[in-house]
Design a protein around this ligand. Structure first.
Ligand SMILES: [Zn+2]
Length: 232
């Protein structure tokens, strides 16, 4: 999922938030969402500008959390949520739960990608793995579809021309039963504004988006499966 967010934000390669230089950054094994510019040595966070901004929580926890929120019976408490995520702090669990409910999976919210200068990237991932408390070898994999707005950073002035860059805007996530055109197309129709341009991989579940009134561009990249392990 991290690779997905990275691709959504910097489809043409990493761009430093501070000096605007394009180029492969330094990466840190223990800080997976942080990229250090080789030119100015300042850090840029992958999740800046998204619902995940300024969190110290690993991305895998966010997607696991999104899965729990999307698949739970209504009214799960923050205490239960904290326990299932294995988080040490109640406050962290409460904040994640609140942000997800407010910004990501509320079914009545606006559809994303309505502005002509934005496009939307859509993908789906198998999320799951061993479920806490269910013992060894039990796997509850679910398919989560995601759509993210890719926005163009506004130019602050001619001096900052290089500061323009793409970043991730609003995100929508939902459980889907399978990778069929019906399931994935239905997800897109529920979450993305009609007429928006959508970039997906070449999976044929997305092949008919043009018929549903969207501009569709195939990315030609491989489908990815993200299993969030180690949560047992
Ligand atoms: Zn820099």
């Amino acid at each position: 999922m991290q690779a997905y967010l990275e691709r959504a934000r910097w489809s043409d390669g990493f761009i430093c938030d501070h000096c605007g230089l394009l180029g492969e950054p330094y990466r840190f094994a223990n800080r997976p969402g942080v990229f250090r510019c080789r030119h100015c040595t300042r850090d840029t966070s992958l999740t800046a500008g998204t619902v995940m901004e300024r969190t110290h929580t690993p991305l895998s926890v966010w997607f696991w959390a999104a899965y729990l929120v999307a698949s739970q019976t209504p009214g799960m408490s923050a205490v239960q949520f904290q326990r299932q995520l294995g988080l040490s702090r109640y406050e962290t669990a409460f904040q994640i739960l609140h942000k997800l409910r407010a910004g990501m999976v509320r079914p009545d919210q606006d559809r994303i990608g309505g502005k002509p200068e934005e496009h939307v990237e859509a993908d789906e991932a198998h999320v799951g793995g061993r479920t806490r408390g269910k013992g060894r070898g039990v796997h509850d994999m679910v398919l989560v579809a995601g759509a993210v707005e890719v926005r163009q950073r506004k130019l602050a002035g001619s001096r900052n021309k290089r500061k323009s860059g793409r970043y991730a805007g609003r995100v929508r996530l939902a459980l889907v039963p399978d990778r069929s055109a019906r399931s994935l197309g239905g997800f897109i129709e529920r979450t993305v504004a009609p007429g928006a341009t959508i970039i997906t991989d070449d999976w044929n579940g997305y092949a008919k988006l043009g018929e549903r009134g969207y501009g569709h561009i195939g990315r030609g990249s491989k489908h990815a499966i993200f299993a969030l392990q180690g949560r047992a």
